[in-house]
Design a protein around this ligand. Structure first.
Ligand code: MN
Ligand code: MN
Length: 464
């Protein structure tokens, strides 16, 4: 006999009959050794690749080691190629026996603070570098936090200067100084959006004046420029042809007494970059279908601009391999994954989520029919048929997955590259690791989800 109310009895019966879908923590059945070892490799990658350029360069270096080459005009099954769009977007392709396309695309850019075109100023005996935020950040999270500077400067003659300051032992770091609480009575009344204003995103960069006799009156600015010139051979004008990004300094860390999570900057979307690259690089045999990984730029500001998903980069890559008409036809029949992170339910802010349609840390890779905002604006939506196909792939391979929405319907939202991939006509679905504290200097992922994302992409590539 079943106990409980009629409703409880009914629910239990449904569960017994397998009609109810119950989600549990994937840690219950995890191969912890494999999970932990994957996370170690991931952390090394994450600590090294803090900009889109660094991520793309890393990927190309790894690809070369794995036998990928530039395109030679003679594609045949098993051949591996890489293509780049500048240094900020790249494609990696393994030619299959049949020509159906399986594409996984992630974005290599992350929210950060870029230096302004004329960043060097001085005030109150301090040299400062002024910043301009890129992507959707809560500005107040970025103050009083050690920042590193990563990027490149191109001199007028084309000579390239690489700069990384703030990562090595003994390196100086930068900081945006916030106002002390003692004097913040007015500031504390402002809304969180205004409490740190865009123009207040400047980092401290020096406090020693130039000792030059007939120099400018701005001795602290000059002092900083002299150091930049001495160390890197660059001038103030050279900073106009530069891409210098302020990002959280230091390596990612294990989080929690059980070391089950990763705390680190840039996991949106480098957790996906790493998973899709590893899945492709670890592919050992000649694939049935042609496999492709794309690392794209500018997703965080709408995928527009060079290297972004709205450009013809994707189509051009396949046009090179099989001609434009063939490429268009193949893309129309392709299966694609927009590999991007989801938002896991934050127990401290439950109000922002619909708990029955939220995703949870450690409950598997997030698979999303659509993203977007409010009435599904700015989103692509996977067809029911394609979701069924993906579900089958994951379930057959025993990969834990979950689904949901970004948060409560009216609260906000966000897009991915899915809509831009969909314009080519193929099937697209969003898939990724679900994070806490997304877009902050310290994003949180669960190691089990990172590993399962890699497994999910692997089985997507393997599926015939
Ligand atoms: Mn993203
Ligand atoms: Mn993002």
């Amino acid at each position: 006999m079943l106990g409980g109310t009629f409703i409880e009895q009914f629910r239990r019966c449904c569960y017994l009959a397998g009609v109810e879908w119950e989600l549990k923590s994937s840690w219950d059945s995890a191969d912890k050794k494999k999970v932990m070892s994957f996370a170690e490799d991931y952390k090394k990658f994450l600590g090294k690749c803090k900009t889109e350029r660094e991520t793309v360069s890393w990927a190309v270096r790894q690809a070369k080691k794995k036998g990928f080459t530039e395109y030679d005009g003679k594609p045949s099954p098993g051949k591996k190629y890489y293509f780049t769009a500048g240094e900020k977007a790249a494609a990696f392709i393994v030619i299959g026996r049949r020509k159906e396309l399986r594409i996984a695309a992630a974005h290599a850019d992350s929210p950060r603070i870029d230096l302004k075109p004329r960043p060097v100023v001085e005030d109150s005996d301090l040299a400062l570098l002024k910043g301009h935020y890129y992507g959707g950040i809560k500005k107040y999270q970025w103050v009083n936090h050690p920042l590193a500077m990563h990027g490149v400067v191109f001199k007028q003659d084309g000579k390239r200067v690489d700069i990384i300051i703030g990562e090595k032992q003994g390196d100086p770091v930068f900081v945006i100084p916030d106002l002390l609480p003692h004097l913040a009575a007015k500031q504390m009344k402002k809304t969180a959006e205004e409490v740190i204003e865009g123009e207040a995103l400047a980092v401290l960069a020096g406090n020693t004046p130039s000792r030059r006799k007939n120099g400018s009156k701005k001795r602290f600015k000059l002092g900083l420029l002299e150091i930049l010139n001495k160390k890197y051979g660059i001038t103030e004008e050279d900073l106009t042809s530069a891409e210098l990004e302020l990002v959280p300094a230091g390596p990612p860390a294990d989080l929690g007494l059980d070391n089950s999570m990763v705390l680190g900057y840039g996991q949106d979307d480098r957790s996906s970059c790493y998973a899709v690259l590893r899945a492709l690089f670890d592919y050992k045999t000649v694939p049935q279908n042609t496999l492709a990984v794309f690392l794209l730029d500018r997703e965080e500001i709408g995928s527009v601009g060079k290297g972004g998903a709205s450009t013809s980069f994707l189509e051009n890559v396949f046009a090179k391999v099989c001609g434009l008409e063939n490429a268009k036809r193949l893309l129309e029949d392709s299966k694609m994954i927009s590999a991007d992170v989801g938002a896991a339910l934050n127990p401290l802010y439950k109000d922002a989520y619909d708990p029955s349609n939220a995703t949870y840390l450690g409950r598997g890779v997030g698979v999303f029919k659509y993203t977007g905002r409010k009435g599904k604006y700015d989103s692509s939506e996977a067809t029911a048929e394609y979701f069924a196909w993906i579900r089958n792939v994951l379930n057959k391979a025993g990969i834990p997955w979950q689904t949901g929405e970004l948060g409560k319907v009216d609260l906000g939202g966000g897009g991915t590259v899915a809509a831009f991939l969909a314009k080519h006509g193929g099937d697209v679905i969003d898939m990724g690791v679900c994070l806490l504290s997304m877009h902050s200097p310290a994003e949180v992922s669960s190691k089990i989800d990172l590993y399962n994302m890699y497994r999910a992409i692997t089985s997507f590539f393997k599926e015939k």
